[in-house]
Structure formats: structure tokens, C-alpha cells
Design a protein around this ligand. Structure first.
Ligand SMILES: Nc1ncnc2c1ncn2[C@@H]1O[C@H](COP(=O)(O)OP(=O)(O)OP(=O)(O)O)[C@@H](O)[C@H]1O
Ligand SMILES: [Mg+2]
Length: 472
């Protein structure tokens, strides 16, 4: 134990003392403590103990003196008092089982010479391998032994070593006076073995000796092999991605073909029903109306009124049927052409919904193939329907600009607005109108965008490239 400035530090064998027990501790005039124990008398520097307590060094260095150094018996006794004394000349006396041991620190030479270190040889799996400054080991090298020593005959049994495998070890291994380093397993790579030695007075040879070591990799650990595996994995990934994209494109194409078919057959069916309504039901209603008018002319009193009522109802039914038939297949499209039909559609919608409707439509004649004009018409129709149904707008604007091979359709309202992305991500919330617009835009080879946020109104903008529309 060391007590200094109220701090207690425990220093024992794991910290570098020769052993843990002590029969007596005497200090000489050269700054060393001499400590008697069951194995002899060992010496440790006062400065080392202080440095260790202040965490300046990781270990202390102690030197043992036993029978080879002149003791009759190594065991210092701990019976009776005192267990050791320093006389007035500075000579230290320790009682041992072989009699009194005398240590005169004045005649002990201090060895300031750091011991030279050499690496004597290497062995792998207990078979020696040539090592001259460098050793190359095969892949999976196990149980490497490196033998080293210090070329000094002064107190050589008290020389201590530390070593480190730079590139693998983070700290030094304190080997004591062991002269072999063991490494059970070495990964592939380049390393440097460094060994240092200290003489019995704790003077370290800080240069020591080095041995560079190369451990070869297994073929699967080489760079080219890893690059090969990585590129194989990459190409597998890109193949999988490619196949996924092809599958996705195919599904998209199938979906679009299906949507095209549905839209086309829907339009054909609408046309058929519109014609049926006009030719069959329309004719019958006209007959009823005319008959009622005839009856009205001939009759008087109550019958006169009833005939008038029938004629009025028939007129009403005819105009409603015309409206339905018109919605099913706008005859202006065939009759007046796309431009006029659109103008008419916008005008009628504005009137019906009490909306201020601004309309500016460039001439669209022969912009689209005849059978595809209905898609353009339906797109505008659905946008206007949405304005009337959802926007609560007071002003709406339909703008169609044709320049060169481009047609730009802009439909704007000053209504409530909505979140188009939310509608798309959750189709259950909306109807089929926006979906239909997208499909028809695709059929015409256009690109649609909806700009809308709640409270700011809505702008639907669609750009068509006429060549694409013609081909579609
Ligand atoms: N101009 C607009 N102003 C405000 N909200 C709109 C507008 N256009 C679309 N919406 C919103 O987007 C939703 C989806 O529109 P969509 O046309 O797809 O379906 P719908 O009009 O509800 O039903 P359908 O068109 O099938 O009759 C609407 O329910 C509405 O909430
Ligand atoms: Mg709609």
C-alpha cells in the first residue's frame, strides 16, 4: 500500500512487484526499496512506485536477488523483531533461514546500459520457419512462436521483455523474463513484431528488435475474389431489377390496353344507347306529343286541359331524353367538330351551374384523329363536372392553346381545391373521374398535372404532342 496526500494506492504482483508478500521493507540511499520475501529479497525503485500511483507508467519493475546472487537461503524470516534494519552506514540487514543477509547498496553497480535484443528464430506449428527480418506465412497460419533474447550477461536472468504485434495488438504484452512470444491465430495481412527489453535496473532498450510478418490470404480472402463476388452479386441484383422492370412494364401495358378497351367499348355502347334513345324512344315521345296536340285542338273543357298536360309532359320528356342522349354521345362533336362542341359544353355547364365561365379555345380541327376526339371532349367534360360537383367555385376558365404540334389544355377554377396526391394514393376516397382522365390523357399521348391545395382552387393542365396523339 502507498499512502500519499490522503490517497491510498494498492500495488501488488499483478502491477509488477515480484511477489505480494513482504517480511520487511527497507529503503536505501539510492532511491530503492528492498523487500524481503519467501523467495529472496527484491528491489523496486521509489520513483517507479510514485509514477505508477500517478498513472504515469502501467507497471513497476522489480528485481529479485536470491541464492544465485549470494544469499545462503532465499527465505527471509518473518518471526521475531525486527525483520530487517538499515544501519548507520546505509547497509541493509535481513534475517533469512540461512543466517543474516547483508546488502551494501554502495557497492552495487548501477547498470545504465540498455540490453541489445535479437530475434533468434520462428516456428509455425512447432516447425521452424526461416525468418531474417521478414517472414512470410501461409494462409490460416496458426500457433506462431517467435523466440527472442537479450545479448547481456549482466544479471541476464533479471532482464525482462515486452512485445507487440503492430497491426493486430493495441497494447504491449508484458512477457516478464519469458523469451518466446506466442500467437495462436493470425489473420491475413502485414504485421510488424516488435520486442523491447529492460535490464535488471529497469533501463529499457526502446528500439528493441523488429520482424515484419506477412500472412497470405486464402483465395476467398483476396481482393480479386471479393471483387468477383461483389460484381456477381451486383449483376444478379441488376438482373432481378431488370426483370422486375420488364414485368412492371408488361403489367402496365396490359393494364393500359385493358383500360383502352373498356373506354372504347364504353364509348361504343354510349353511342348505341344514344342512337336508340333518339330513334326509338324519341320517335314515340314525338308521336305522343303530336297526338296530344291534335287532341288539344279538337277538345274542350276538362279534356282540353288534360291534352295540354300530356303534350307538356311529352315535351319535357323529349328534352330530358335529348339531354341524356347528348351526354351519352355529344352530337355536336360529329356535327360541329371538336372546337365548337367544347365551346358549347363549357357554355352550357356555366349556365347550368351559374358559373362565370371564361372560354378561349383555339381551332382544334384535325388536331386529333377523329375517333380520338371523344377522349379530349370527355377530359374537358369530367373536369367541368368536378368543378360543378366539388369546387363551389364562382369563376372557371377553359383555355385550349394550339401552337405547332403542341396543344395545351388548362382548366382552372377558384373553388375549394383539394389534395390530388391524397386522392391518387387512396382511390377509395374519390370516384373514377380522375382515373379516367389519366387513362384518356395516356391514350392521347399527353402529360397531365393537377395543381391544387385546399382553399386555393384547382388548375388541371395537360400537354399533348400531336404526333404522339395521332399515333396513339
Ligand atoms: N375542381 C375540383 N375542386 C375540388 N375538388 C375536386 C375537384 N376535382 C376533383 N376534386 C376532388 O377529387 C375527388 C376525385 O374526383 P373524381 O372525379 O375522381 O371523382 P368524383 O368526381 O368524386 O366521382 P366521379 O367522377 O366518378 O363521378 C373528388 O371527390 C373531389 O373531392
Ligand atoms: Mg368526377
Amino acid at each position: 500500500m502507498r499512502i500519499a496526500h490522503g490517497t491510498l494506492t494498492s500495488i501488488g504482483a499483478p502491477d509488477g512487484l515480484f511477489v505480494n508478500d513482504a517480511t520487511a521493507i527497507l529503503e536505501d540511499t539510492h532511491g530503492y526499496f528492498w523487500i524481503g520475501c519467501q523467495l529472496g529479497i527484491y528491489r523496486v525503485k521509489r520513483q517507479d512506485l510514485n509514477d505508477f500511483a500517478r498513472h504515469r507508467i502501467p507497471r513497476v519493475n522489480s528485481t529479485i536477488f536470491g541464492t544465485t546472487d549470494g544469499l545462503n537461503a532465499p527465505n527471509c524470516t518473518g518471526h521475531g523483531q525486527p525483520h530487517g534494519v538499515r544501519d548507520k552506514d546505509g547497509v541493509l540487514w535481513f534475517p533469512t533461514q540461512g543466517g543474516l543477509a547483508k546488502i551494501d547498496p554502495r557497492i552495487l553497480d548501477f547498470n545504465s546500459q540498455p540490453p541489445p535484443v535479437v530475434i533468434e528464430g520462428c516456428a509455425l506449428e512447432q516447425r521452424s520457419v526461416p525468418c531474417e527480418k521478414h517472414v512470410t506465412l501461409p494462409a490460416g497460419a496458426n500457433n506462431l512462436e517467435i523466440r527472442y533474447t537479450a545479448l547481456s550477461l549482466i544479471w541476464s536472468h533479471q532482464i525482462i521483455f515486452r512485445y507487440r504485434l503492430i497491426g493486430l495488438d493495441h497494447s504491449w504484452t508484458e512477457a516478464g523474463n519469458r523469451r518466446t512470444a506466442y500467437f495462436s491465430h493470425l489473420p491475413p495481412g502485414n504485421f510488424r513484431f516488435s520486442v523491447l527489453a529492460a535490464n535488471s535496473d529497469g533501463i529499457w532498450n526502446m528500439v528493441g528488435e523488429q520482424l515484419s510478418i506477412t500472412v497470405l490470404p486464402h483465395s476467398y480472402q483476396t481482393l480479386w475474389f471479393q471483387v468477383l463476388v461483389a460484381s456477381l452479386i451486383l449483376s444478379l441484383f441488376s438482373l432481378a431489377w431488370r426483370m422486375r422492370t420488364i414485368r412492371f412494364d408488361r403489367q402496365q401495358a396490359l393494364r393500359q390496353a385493358f383500360a383502352q378497351q373498356v373506354i372504347a367499348s364504353q364509348e361504343a355502347e354510349r353511342k348505341r344507347i344514344a342512337a336508340e334513345l333518339h330513334d326509338s324512344l324519341g320517335q314515340h315521345l314525338s308521336v305522343i306529343k303530336n297526338t296530344a296536340l291534335l287532341l288539344w285542338n279538337k277538345s274542350a273543357g276538362g279534356e282540353h286541359n288534360e291534352a295540354e298536360c300530356i303534350a307538356g309532359e311529352a315535351s319535357q320528356a323529349i328534352s330530358e331524353m335529348r339531354q341524356i342522349s347528348y351526354n351519352l354521345r355529344p352530337y355536336q362533336l360529329d356535327l360541329l367538330g371538336l372546337t365548337k362542341a367544347l365551346e358549347e359544353l363549357a357554355r352550357r355547364t356555366g349556365e347550368a351551374a351559374h358559373l362565370q365561365m371564361d372560354v378561349a379555345i383555339d381551332d382544334l380541327s384535325s388536331a386529333f384523329a377523329k375517333e380520338k376526339e371523344i377522349h379530349f371532349y370527355r377530359i374537358v367534360q369530367e373536369c367541368l363536372n368536378n368543378i360543378v360537383k366539388h369546387s363551389r367555385a364562382t369563376v372557371a376558365r377553359v383555355l385550349v392553346q394550339r401552337s405547332g404540334s403542341t396543344v395545351l389544355l388548362l382548366i382552372r377554377d377558384n373553388g375549394t381545391g383539394f389534395l390530388p396526391n391524397k386522392m391518387e394514393s387512396d382511390p377509395a376516397k374519390g370516384g373514377f373521374g380522375l382515373l379516367g382522365i389519366r387513362e384518356r390523357v395516356h391514350l392521347l399521348g399527353g402529360i397531365s398535372k393537377i395543381h391544387s391545395t385546399p382553399g386555393t382552387g384547382t388548375v388541371v393542365s395537360i400537354e399533348f404532342h400531336l404526333e404522339a396523339a395521332g399515333k396513339a
